[in-house]
Design a protein around this ligand. Structure first.
Ligand code: C5P
Length: 402
């Protein structure tokens, strides 16, 4: 499950820092892209060079170093992480994280990331048992952080008790388990559309839009990981189709997308239309490349079919339709009216003008509106994490029908 995942590994200054080297190595062997952030104290135990060689990536630690790789490193790392593991997490780091202190590269990145957090506390037993530390751990847990319990045994400080960093395999397994969803969609047929359609003007030019396909591909990947038989119908995208799909249907135009979607629709349980379908297409496509000596030209556009609306009209009991509404104003009102007009069960609304939301970003900021009017607002999440939350809700609220 770690293949292709971007893991940020925060290493703090405890004797167990040496074990983090093996954690980085195992994560990489499992196919993850590993980015290490070290605190100053961590560098007293292990060198930056070790982590750089093991991870194959530059190591971040100094906020003030000249920029060589990341543009504003803590924000870049915060945004790219699919998961964030801090191992070992010292008492000091836990305290800072619990209180939102951001005074170095690691703590600053921790505050800026929307990724799920995993802390592996490792320290002297008394420090671990201290009410301050326990309270900090409870605070982090209450915010949704995952705490990987320390092992009990002989500690480097000469005592025995809880506080040992678990073996690297245990830490890697915790992340792997996190990305391994339950097969809640086993036996279900899911149709996802993604990316933008392109509408030709002549053999070399087209009308397109800024959709990258990331949101739809993330939904398809997550649904497949949950055991669904997924058909992904995609406009042109630079992304590699996720593994484990039942069918991948590449299309270019809205008309082709419509055909592909209608062909499979009768057998589909859940449709999620994340594609940015062009609303208009050129009325005629020039058979040859239009020459620039044509002077001024006028393109006449005609309306494309609204695929989702058609699905809404054909929908049978038990079929669930989910649309997307990318808006730049009046988000909820427009989204709600689309839900009604198109006879949807859910609509995912995002204001594409908000930072971190919408097209061509790794993250998204969205609201899920259900047919009964309930609105659920998600925080800024990676698109995969948002896909997981959306599928949780969509399947949970429709258990009866599913
Ligand atoms: O009306 P609007 O285009 O904003 O609605 C967006 C939703 O409708 C998306 O889920 C999109 O995939 C779908 N859509 C469609 N066919 C169109 C236009 C939009 O299926 N021609």
């Amino acid at each position: 499950m770690l293949d292709g995942k971007k893991i940020v590994l925060g290493v703090t200054g405890g004797i167990a820092a040496y074990k983090a080297v093996e954690v980085a190595s195992r994560l990489r062997q499992a196919g993850a892209e590993v980015h290490v952030i070290m605190t100053r104290a961590a560098k007293e135990f292990v060198t930056e060079l070790t982590f750089r060689e093991i991870s194959g990536q530059p190591v971040a630690s100094d906020m003030w170093a000249p920029v060589t790789h990341w543009n504003v490193a803590h924000i870049a790392l915060a945004n790219l992480a699919d998961a964030f593991l801090i191992a070992p997490a010292t008492a000091n780091l836990l305290a800072k994280a619990a209180h939102g202190i951001a005074d170095d590269m690691l703590t600053t990145t921790l505050l800026a990331t929307p990724a799920p957090l995993f802390f592996a506390p490792a320290m002297n037993s008394r420090m671990y048992g201290h009410p301050a530390t326990q309270q900090n751990i409870a605070t982090l847990r209450s915010r949704g952080a995952h705490i990987i319990e320390p092992a009990t045994g002989h500690l480097a400080c000469g005592t025995d008790g809880p506080g040992r960093l678990p073996e690297p395999a245990v830490l890697v397994k915790a992340l792997d388990d996190f990305f391994r969803p339950e097969k809640t969609l086993a036996g279900k047929n899911v149709l996802v559309t993604a990316a933008g359609t392109v509408e030709p003007i002549d053999p070399v030019r087209y009308i397109g839009n800024r959709s990258s396909g990331r949101m739809g591909y993330a939904i398809a990947a997550e649904a497949a990981a949950r055991g669904a038989a997924v058909t992904l119908v995609s406009g042109p995208s630079s992304l590699t189709p996720p593994e484990g799909l039942k069918r991948f249907v590449p299309v270019e135009t809205a008309a082709q997308m419509r055909e592909a979607v209608l062909a499979v629709f009768p057998a589909i349980d859940i449709v999620i239309k994340a594609a940015a379908v062009a609303d208009y297409r050129p009325m005629t496509v020039a058979p040859n490349k239009i020459k620039k000596d044509a002077g001024e030209i006028t393109l006449r556009l005609e309306k494309n079919p609204d695929i989702l609306r058609e699905l809404g009209q054909r929908k049978q009991p038990g079929q669930i339709l989910v649309g997307f509404a990318a808006e730049t104003e009046n988000l909820l009102a427009y989204a709600q009216s689309k839900l009604e007009k198109k006879n949807l069960d859910f609509i995912v609304a995002n204001d594409v003008t908000k930072p971190g939301a919408g097209f061509n970003t790794e993250t998204n900021l969205a609201k899920l509106i259900a047919r009964n009017g309930t609105v659920e607002e998600f925080p800024l999440l990676s698109k995969r994490e948002l896909a997981a939350r959306l599928l949780d809700r969509i399947t949970e609220k429709n258990k009866a029908e599913l």
